[in-house]
Design a protein. Structure first.
Length: 362
């Protein structure tokens, strides 16, 4: 019988039903014998999470409660001294694993001694009994791998990890299993930066300083889509998601100029190898965001040539100066108006309604 080598860190906050789904997915792991401890940390005053944990006696659960609650960014910090195994896995309370997830990650780590952490692609879903779909981040991760997703595992060097993190948050925390020392260093550097929104875009970059980052190309994790995500907090909505993402991109450019330059060169090289239908397909994935602050920063400051994917301009009957002027000014203004004046305001309104309903019930 193999010696358990993995600690699963599962942070939760007053979501017992979602926590149950997450724990059930851990219980179903084909590599469950590798799990030495499951740390469930409740970051709130409620006691429902402890009752849920009691329903899983077959799991080596260590339940702890944060009183008073700690900031989300610091939750891992107060728990890490409990990780006493060479490997650690992260699972958010609102997500869940496929049965083969842990086994695939362990095989990826064992298959390459230079690999310090293994991510997997993932599906989004409204719940375990709902529909599921590929997030656009899958296609961006495909770019980061250099188009190598025909293989079951791809190992990314520092420029590859950087490219995936520049483009978007394609590497999800709930999919990562890694070497504990490297994981803690990456968490520590995230904490020092103080960004509670898209630090999943810097985490793989920090990991890549220790070695290669594995990417399992077949989805093995479900990420729940719901308004209660930390990313959809009122604070982040009011600041603006794409503006915060722009700040992260500029941080990466300032802190890792060589890696960013190598990542941009890789993007340019891969774009030249794509056939016309593939290039146009990627353009359609990316085009809705190219006028937002994050994407304009990628193009204007980092030098990512998104135009390499743009399909040839069709004849519109208008002079080129007219279409160029329209493309330069109308889409960015329209996109920003839709995002800031409609979409994010709608989410804030819905979140306030949910909070008011919760308060009235309590």
């Amino acid at each position: 019988m193999s010696v358990p080598t993995v600690t699963v860190v599962l942070c939760t906050c007053n979501r017992p039903d979602m926590l149950r789904d997450a724990l059930e997915s851990i219980r179903e792991q084909t590599a469950r014998e590798a799990i030495a401890r499951v740390i469930v940390s409740e970051n709130g005053p409620g006691g429902e999470s402890e009752k849920v944990c009691a329903d899983f006696p077959e799991l080596p659960i260590l339940y702890v409660q944060q009183r008073p609650p700690v900031p989300v960014l610091l939750h891992i910090k107060v728990l890490w001294h409990l990780v006493q195994t060479p490997l650690a896995a992260i699972l958010h309370d609102d997500d869940w694993w496929m049965a083969t997830h842990l086994r695939s990650a362990l095989d990826a780590l064992a298959g390459n001694e230079r690999c310090v952490a293994a991510y997997s692609s993932f599906l989004e879903s409204f719940g375990p009994h709902g529909t599921a779909w590929l997030n656009q981040c899958y296609y961006l991760a495909w770019l980061a791998t250099g188009g190598e997703t025909a293989r079951p595992v791809v190992y990314l060097d520092a420029p590859g990890a950087m490219l995936g993190c520049l483009l978007n948050a394609g590497f999800h925390y709930s999919t990562v299993v890694g070497r504990s020392e490297a994981m803690w260093d990456a968490f520590s550097r995230n904490i020092a930066r103080g960004n509670s929104f898209d630090n999943d875009r810097t985490f793989p970059v920090f990991l890549s300083a220790h070695g290669q980052v594995g990417y399992i190309t077949s989805p093995s994790v479900f990420v729940r889509s719901h308004l209660g995500r930390d990313a959809w907090s009122a604070e982040h909505l009011q600041r603006g998601h794409m503006k915060i993402a722009q700040e992260t991109t500029r941080f990466l450019l300032a802190s890792f100029p060589k890696e960013v330059s190598a990542a941009v060169a890789r993007f340019r090289s891969l774009a030249l190898t794509l056939d016309a239908p593939s290039a146009e397909a990627f353009w359609r994935v990316l085009k809705d965001g190219i006028f937002e602050p994050q994407w304009s920063t990628l193009v204007n400051e980092c030098g990512v040539e998104l135009s390499a994917l743009q399909p040839p301009r069709t004849q519109t009957g208008l002079p080129h100066w007219a279409t160029d002027t329209f493309n330069a000014f109308c889409p960015p203004l329209l996109n920003r108006w839709i995002r800031q004046e409609l979409w994010e305001r709608l989410l804030l309104w819905r979140k306030r309604r949910q909070d008011e309903t919760s308060m009235s019930r309590s």
